[in-house]
Write a protein that binds this ligand. Structure first.
Ligand code: NAP
Ligand code: ZN
Length: 348
């Protein structure tokens, strides 16, 4: 018999989230049952429940920045025990057999990863996310939260942390590299912290200067407003790497002009509409325009360990679950410093 748990879910793409119940499967041999303590609020939750990324089945409980305490483990589980501090990110399964899965890049599974919510699970049910009191996940997709990271500030690392850590690593952010972060929201603020900890020279490109002091405190060396056309003239040809974390369409060609020879602009921001690229924006400086999707399980654990070592928690605003719709509106207005996190105790 599946267990019924309390959750906040969207009844349809047009409706606000409401308190409801969802079902969790029985704890199987390789499963871990987690009492959810905190759940981060990602802009992807909003894109998804509002149908911007295509139709979904409803009701849908979002949430893929999950941290909590292990409450029960299946008989074959070896990595975790009751009482452990754990996390779950954007995926809960993958085929495990394709080249990408074998390489530890399960997010690029050839058969498609199983997303934490809104995906068809192996048993045919639709996965439901972390805005809930408990979740059941196979142990291979559960992460250990290292000592030294408080659970509430660790929650956003499960998506915002790994989504920025992975491309920063892949494209070589480090000493001697000039890195720009576009958009200082949930992903952007973690990108600044991580790029700074990796030793890169970090520039924030934000719509206005309103977050300048905060951005410098997060580890940025420079901070510019993109609403000021002078910014694009002043920074032309400067950066080795630009990480675009913006949730809306921006003028990609203007940002490509800020890359140095052989520089790369990597988009992790995922607006529904296309980002138009002029061929000459790339040809001129042998530039690369790329994308990146979260990170594999092994790299996610590496990121959590890195963040614990460097004391890099997320900057959060803790909310109660009944404030979720208001929080969504504030995220849409770029009025978030820098991640809303739901206190799991308020979900029940
Ligand atoms: P967020 O907290 O809303 O941050 C986005 C930031 O972009 C805002 O804070 C704002 O920063 C800037 N921005 C928003 N609207 C803008 C506009 N019209 N023009 C210019 N700048 C604008 O969102 P998030 O949770 O960090 O997510 C960001 C994007 O990444 C979303 O599209 C999300 O779906 C996507 N995402 C992708 C992955 C992946 O694996 N690739 C994973 C997670 C999330 P300023 O106020 O500083 O300008
Ligand atoms: Zn996310």
């Amino acid at each position: 018999m599946p267990t019924t748990v309390t959750a906040y879910a969207a009844p349809s793409a047009a409706a606000p989230l409401v308190k409801t119940t969802i079902e969790r499967r029985d704890v199987g041999a390789h499963d871990v049952l987690i009492d959810i303590k905190y759940a981060g609020v990602c802009h992807s939750d909003i894109h998804t429940v509002r149908g911007e990324w295509g139709p979904r089945e409803f009701p849908l409980a979002p949430g893929h920045e999950i941290v909590g305490i292990v409450a029960e483990v299946g008989p074959e589980v070896t990595k975790y025990k009751v009482g452990d501090r754990v996390g779950v990110g954007c995926m809960v399964n993958s085929c495990g057999e394709c080249a990408n899965c074998k390489a530890g890049e399960e997010q690029y599974c050839a058969k498609g990863m199983t997303e934490t919510y809104g995906s068809v699970d192996r048993d045919g049910s639709i996965t439901q996310g972390g805005y809930s009191t408990q979740v059941v996940v196979i142990e291979d997709f559960v992460l250990a939260i290292p000592d030294g990271l408080e659970l509430d500030v660790a929650a956003p690392l499960l998506c915002a942390g790994i989504t920025t850590y992975s491309p920063l690593h892949h494209w070589g952010a480090g000493p001697g590299k000039k890195v720009a972060i576009v958009g200082l929201g949930g992903l952007g603020h973690m990108a600044v912290k991580i790029a700074h900890a990796l030793g890169a020279e970090v520039t924030v490109l934000s719509q206005t200067l309103s977050k300048k002091d905060a951005g410098i405190a997060l580890g940025a060396d420079h901070f510019y407003a993109t609403s000021d056309p002078e910014t694009f003239a002043a920074l032309a040809g400067q950066f080795d790497l630009i990480l675009n974390t913006v949730s809306a369409v921006i003028d990609i060609n203007a940002y490509l002009s800020l890359l140095a020879l052989d520089g790369a602009l990597v988009s992790v921001g995922a607006p529904a509409e296309p980002l138009a690229v002029n061929a000459f924006s790339l040809i001129g400086g042998r530039r690369t325009f790329a994308g990146s999707l979260i990170g594999g399980i092994r790299e996610t654990q590496e990121m959590l360990n890195f963040c614990a070592e460097h004391k890099l928690g997320s900057e959060i605003e803790l909310i109660s679950a009944d404030q979720i719709n208001e929080a969504y509106e504030r995220v849409l207005k770029s009025d978030v410093r820098y991640r809303f996190v739901i206190d799991g105790a308020t979900i029940a």
